[in-house]
Design a protein around this ligand. Structure first.
Ligand SMILES: Nc1ncnc2c1ncn2[C@@H]1O[C@H](COP(=O)(O)OP(=O)(O)O)[C@@H](O)[C@H]1O
Ligand SMILES: CC(=O)OP(=O)(O)O
Ligand SMILES: [Mg+2]
Length: 403
């Protein structure tokens, strides 16, 4: 790596999309942000926004057959702005990898052995890891000489004590199959915990936080002194909160019942719980904006879906309050947490006895900045802190290659 190589390209490859950012780690400048979506469909879409210099957003709709073609299209857009993959200023490519299993608890330089291990973990994250692997393979083919770094969703949660990480099932079976709670969205929980400490003007080591990452996938975590002590997702990203299309917590016997009584197969049940449940399963919509519109219009299914979503969220706030013993702040983040004021208000409503109160006026403010939504006199702060998983991945990547 040359001394002027300070840029990191971050790739967050999903099953049918690639989100990317090019960052300069000298000062955290964002040089480009973009998204390729509907990969494999007839009309895929690429949106590329070069930052600074008043450059215009560019948008294209065309067929992009696979992740390899998507990455080549991204490389083409970056090259057009003179910041292509061949630039000597590029230090590394950082990849979001969702499941790191028991092996990976820190950003890791990718070689053949690491890639093989990430592949071995596919059964534990069938929706996520395969896309991450394709992203890595393609990026390696485009720039074989460049360091490629994997940053794992599970890493931040590796500090969970065994009491929180173990399921109460037969230990031999659990160990033989690596069955335990791993947790996800870790880069978000880590980044948001740090930014929340800055907002509160206190060192992270002194703080107990409940972080609520509410996006399409959603998870809660209890963070004590900057370390995760419990989180709501488990072996896979299916456990915990009600999500856009995932059920979150259910009695595992529901699965046996569906097999024995409803005659459903394992793959069918997997698809039901991961893709046809949650808000989508309850009311036919997974976009919180649409659900809030329907609730306002008095729609009964949307109102029930919202109620179930909020009830589960409250249960986790209460549970993590008890796990932590003392809470300094409850922090909302991700698409729903950052933007949906009614979700924040409803989740905190009635928790005055725990010192949790939301100020209606502060909660209604729309802003991209970290901010408090609790009144000045509140015993426990309630905050909104926009997440930035790409920046956290870039930090982890650059720290490794710059060492
Ligand atoms: N203004 C808004 N009000 C309510 N919900 C919103 C708003 N903007 C975005 N969202 C919600 O955020 C969700 C996406 O969150 P995001 O963190 O981007 O998810 P992911 O990264 O999992 O795709 C959408 O499903 C949408 O419901
Ligand atoms: C792990 C996970 O649930 O990720 P996402 O929210 O991006 O689906
Ligand atoms: Mg997300």
């Amino acid at each position: 790596m040359t001394s002027q190589a300070t840029r990191v390209l971050v790739l967050n490859s999903g099953s049918s999309s690639v989100k990317y950012q090019l960052l300069d780690m000298r000062d955290g400048t964002r040089l480009a942000v973009g998204l390729v979506e509907r990969i494999g469909e007839r009309a895929s879409r690429l949106v590329h926004t070069p930052s600074g210099g008043g450059a215009e957003k560019r948008e294209r709709t065309e067929r992009i057959a696979d992740h390899e073609q998507a990455l080549k299209a991204v490389a083409g857009e970056l090259a057009r702005d003179g910041i292509g993959l061949d630039s000597p200023e590029l230090a590394a490519i950082g990849h979001r990898v969702v499941h790191g299993g028991p092996e990976f608890s820190a950003p890791t330089l990718i070689d053949d052995a690491v890639l093989a291990e990430i592949e071995r973990l596919v059964p534990l994250a069938p929706l996520h890891n395969p896309a991450n692997i394709t992203g890595i393979r393609t990026a390696r083919a485009l720039r074989p000489d460049l360091p490629q770094v994997a940053v794992f969703d599970t890493a931040f949660h590796s500090t969970m004590p065994e009491d929180a990480a173990r399921y109460a099932i037969d230990t031999g079976t659990a160990d033989a199959h690596r069955i335990r709670r791993y947790g996800f969205h870790g880069t978000s929980h880590a980044y948001v915990s740090r930014r929340a400490a800055e907002l509160l003007g206190r060192p992270p080591e002194e703080l107990n936080l409940i972080v609520l990452h509410l996006g399409n996938g959603a998870s809660a975590s209890a963070v004590a002194g900057g370390r995760c002590v419990d989180t709501s997702m488990g072996l896979t990203p299916l456990e915990g909160l009600v999500m856009g299309t995932r059920s979150g917590d259910i009695d595992p016997a529901v699965v046996f019942h569906l097999e024995r009584v409803a005659g459903m197969g394992t793959d069918e049940i997997d698809e039901l719980l991961n893709k046809k449940s949650g808000l989508m399963g309850l009311c036919g919509d997974n976009d919180m904006r649409e659900i809030l519109r329907r609730v306002d219009g008095g729609d009964a299914a949307a109102t029930l879906a919202f109620g179930i979503y909020i009830h589960r969220l409250k249960k986790y706030i209460g549970a993590y309050y008890a796990v932590l013993g003392r809470v300094d702040a409850v922090v909302f983040t991700a698409g729903v947490g950052e933007n949906a004021a009614p979700v924040r208000a409803a989740a905190i409503a009635g928790l005055g006895g725990l010192g949790l109160v939301v100020d209606a006026e502060l909660n209604a403010v729309r802003s991209g900045e970290p901010r408090l939504v609790s009144p000045g006199h509140a015993r426990v702060a309630v905050a909104v802190v926009p997440t930035d998983e790409e920046m956290e991945i870039a930090r982890g990547t650059f720290a490794l290659v710059d060492a």
